[in-house]
Design a protein around this ligand. Structure first.
Ligand code: DHK
Length: 146
């Protein structure tokens, strides 16, 4: 069974300590465990990086061997055409995920390059939204959606 890729961008390694009024107190390692629990038999590649290059390299890995992607690109959502170009190559479903409701925040968070290719966008559910995204991705995979 092909793995799903759950990719996290810059500053998300600081979850639990970073602006808890926005991002909550759940740590990234707790998020990873919730995702693995929700994935059941499905293998999970769970990664976080503060480097745009490394994030793109994981997208390339997913292109060759992944069933689906959940990506929280964090700030790269709004800046990276290189990330958009990489995600466009992925043939499976892509869920763009944000812990906060980016549309209710400062305008710098309102225009997502990733949304130009994502199958769907989930935002504002908090860290507890990650396992919901895992379940949603399984549905998209089973329906062969892109
Ligand atoms: C996380 C970030 O780091 C911000 O740059 C985004 C996103 C919001 C989130 O809500 O998960 O704007």
């Amino acid at each position: 069974m092909k793995p799903i890729y759950i990719l996290n961008g810059p500053n998300l390694n600081r979850l639990g300590k970073r602006e808890p009024d926005i991002y909550g107190l759940t740590t990234l390692s707790e998020v990873e465990q919730m995702c693995r629990d929700a994935a059941g038999e499905r293998p999970v590649e769970f990664h976080q990086t503060n480097s745009e290059e490394r994030l793109i390299d994981w997208v390339h890995e997913a292109i060759d061997s992944g069933a689906g992607i959940i990506i929280n690109p964090a700030a790269f959502t709004f800046t990276s055409i290189a990330l958009l170009d990489a995600l466009k190559m992925f043939k499976g479903p892509i869920i763009e995920f944000h812990i906060s409701n980016v549309h209710r925040r400062e305008s710098i968070y309102h225009r997502s390059y990733v949304s130009m290719t994502a199958t769907t966008v989930m935002a504002g559910l908090g860290a507890e939204g990650y396992p919901l995204a895992v379940k949603a991705l399984e549905t998209l995979i089973s329906r062969g959606m892109r």
